[in-house]
Write a protein of this length. Structure first.
Lengths: 267, 171
């Protein structure tokens, strides 16, 4: 089956810089989720909650700023955090799909947030021991904030899950839908393998039991049922390599339009 | 305009200037009292560098603080000063001295308690005791929300004087 044409071996794709990829994954999770939460500003069910979601959004956007700045420095092509946030296309974003899903009702937002916050504290705690000193420092700082976040979303899981029939039904429905997206949080590839080897990133497989026990404890107390199906990583490539749901493009259109309409503008 | 020469006293002079730079959101505390200023470096070649650390990752005040620091130093004759940001060690409210905590209380903000280091995973659902009311000192208070008007404050309610108040969050 050899023909002259097929004997031409295509040049291997250049190996991506693992740290650049990894920092984008960390930064983009925060950028996208922070933007989603900011959409609640002015629409929260009560004033305190409106403020709380905006506060969490602000923390996440602050962390994203630092991580994407680091990513730009590692890449070495002169891109700063704004260039990465506003001038990449959806396929270049490295966030997991969980964080890009539309807000839905308040219960949906809280379940999405709790599943992420629980992952975030477990991940950040491990990252404080990273061999990359700058990353370890940023993780230590972010961890303090993430503890407030998970306490907030965890308390709401209790209130809504163990609340009225209506609130219980809504968060259980959200949980049933969102559960499948949690597999991607722990899916690994060559980027993870390379960084785990260098002590830069933790082994996600080892973090998963910690996440699960934290999540199950809260779900039990919230009288919520853990969905039966075992979450599997996306069948196709997931958000970590640029495959996203249709929702990310719409989010980016809104987030990026001002910067793209007025390139280089300062305000 | 004054231009100061760098010398043995420069570091102390710069620190004295920084004592006059107030936090934009908590204007009774200086950036030194808040622990935002981590160090002042004086170097013949690089001049004066003020090392700062942000309170919260997304604190929008940090840019104003940097500008205020540079403006104050320029007025004092240190026109070529620079500000450098560090993230390690992570900022903690434990750096705020008792004298500054008293100023916070007088300003109507309950000062932070000791920052608990949970040392591992979070203790979820810990029913945290709200601090005493900064106005009437009553301990009959409740925590309304751990997120307030700025990243560093939570919202509380005093059942005695029926007054909402803010708490500087321990972190």
């Amino acid at each position: 089956m050899t023909s002259p044409a097929s004997s031409v071996v295509p040049a291997p794709a250049p190996k991506p810089n693992a740290l650049f990829e990894y920092l984008q994954r960390l930064g983009d999770d925060r950028l996208v989720l922070g933007h989603r939460l900011s959409e609640w500003c002015g629409h929260g069910p009560i004033l305190e909650e409106d403020i709380a979601l905006a506060n969490v959004a602000l923390d996440l956007l602050g962390q994203a700023t630092i991580l994407l700045r680091m990513a730009g420095e590692v890449e070495g092509q002169g891109r700063d955090e704004d260039a990465l946030a506003y001038f990449r296309e959806a396929v270049e974003f490295r966030n997991c799909q969980l964080v890009e899903l539309p807000n839905g009702d308040f219960g949906f937002t809280i379940v999405r947030q709790f599943l992420f916050d629980a992952y975030d504290v477990v991940l950040l705690e491990a990252l404080t021991k990273s061999s990359n000193e700058e990353l370890a420092a940023v993780a230590a700082k972010s961890l303090k904030e993430a503890r407030y976040h998970v306490r907030h979303s965890g308390e709401w899981m209790l209130k809504l899950g163990d609340g009225t029939d209506e609130s219980h039904r809504r968060v259980q429905t959200a949980l049933d839908y969102l559960w499948r997206f949690t597999a991607e949080l722990f899916a690994t590839d060559d980027v993870d393998a390379e960084l785990v080897q260098g002590g830069v990133a933790p082994d996600l497989a080892q973090l998963k039991p910690k996440w699960e026990s934290l999540v199950r404890e809260v779900l039990d107390r919230a009288t919520l049922t853990v969905p039966n199906d075992v979450p599997r990583p996306p069948r196709t490539r997931g958000g970590r390599t640029g495959a996203h749901t249709e929702h990310l493009g719409h989010l980016l259109a809104e987030m990026q339009i001002v910067a793209r309409s007025h390139p280089g503008a300062k305000w | 305009m004054v231009i100061r020469r760098l010398g043995a006293d420069t570091r102390d002079e710069v620190l004295a200037v920084l004592d006059t730079v107030m936090d934009p959101e908590v204007p009774v505390l200086s950036v030194r009292e808040l622990g935002i200023v981590r160090d002042v470096l004086v170097d013949d070649r690089d001049g004066v560098t003020v090392v700062v650390t942000p309170t919260y990752s997304g604190c929008p005040a940090i840019q104003v603080i940097e500008r205020d620091i540079l403006t104050a130093l320029e007025r004092a004759g240190f026109g070529n000063a620079k500000v450098r940001t560090t993230y390690s060690p992570a900022w903690t409210t434990d750096w705020i001295p008792d004298s500054a905590k008293a100023k916070l209380k007088a300003y109507g903000i309950a000062p932070p308690g000791a920052a608990a280091d949970t040392g591992g995973l979070v203790q979820l659902m810990r029913a945290r005791q709200a601090p005493p009311c900064p106005y009437c000192d009553s301990t009959d208070t409740e925590l309304r929300s751990e997120f307030g008007s700025t990243a560093c404050k939570s919202v509380c309610w005093c059942r005695s004087c029926r007054q909402p108040f803010e708490e500087f969050k321990a972190i």
